[in-house]
Design a protein around this ligand. Structure first.
Ligand code: ATP
Length: 198
């Protein structure tokens, strides 16, 4: 998959619907200080499901919504859509995949995958599957390089596992183990009940 385009609407400095197309090769975004370059990178992180407001230099999630200017009133909702293109789709496979995230000032949010309402986890599973997990090297923020250099060997191992695509399976294993644990507990309970009934 390659990133095809990013659509922002009501996100930080983007009150009007703005679409950024990424054509093949390298895309550079330039502009004066404070014009919103970092906000674009933040929109990318946000649409992929990041939840910590600190990742968006914000105090609260609401701060990602356009706050208004002298000329424009504040908006009630922020929306970001990230479109991926599959380079060699198999027969019957979609060429494009779109992930969408919305957040309303009232505090409600939603995610969509190809238009269908999904959980945050479904978005993250899709991203993990295409090698874009939340902590992947696909996004290197300012300060991350230092963090990597100064990381303890165990922490660095996590980075490497992510790159190698191992982390995805580790997470799935953890999920499966917790399901097994729950099932065991349920079984114990059932056995107790059976013992009582006998
Ligand atoms: P620099 O080169 O200085 O890092 P930049 O182009 O990366 O600048 P950003 O940091 O992306 O700019 O944008 C910062 C601007 O976004 C600030 O002017 C800030 O007021 C504005 N901003 C942040 N959140 C909102 C919001 N919710 N509504 C409107 N404007 C916002």
């Amino acid at each position: 998959y390659v990133v095809k385009s990013l659509k922002l609407h009501g996100f930080k400095t983007f009150p009007r619907e703005t679409v950024i197309d990424f054509s093949r090769g390298i895309t550079a975004i330039t502009g004066p200080n404070g014009s919103g370059k970092s906000n674009i990178a933040e929109a990318l992180i946000w649409v992929m499901g990041e939840q910590a407001p600190s990742a968006f230099r914000s105090g609260q999630m609401e701060d990602v919504i356009f706050a208004g200017t002298d000329k424009l009133p504040p908006m009630g909702m922020a929306e970001v859509v990230l479109k991926f293109e599959k380079l060699n789709p198999q027969k019957g496979e979609d060429r494009y995949v779109e992930i969408l995230r919305r957040f309303y000032r009232e505090g409600e949010g939603e995610y969509r995958l190809n238009g269908k309402r999904v959980r945050r986890k479904d978005i993250q599973d899709f991203l993990y599957d295409i090698g874009l997990g939340s902590k992947s090297f696909a996004m290197i923020e300012q300060g991350r390089i230092t963090q990597m250099i100064e990381a303890k060997p165990e922490e660095r191992r996590v980075f490497i596992e992510e790159v190698a695509g191992i982390l995805k399976y580790k997470l799935k294993k953890k999920e499966a183990e917790s399901k097994i644990r729950l099932t065991r507990e349920n079984l114990d309970r059932v056995e107790d009940i059976i013992a009582e009934v006998r």
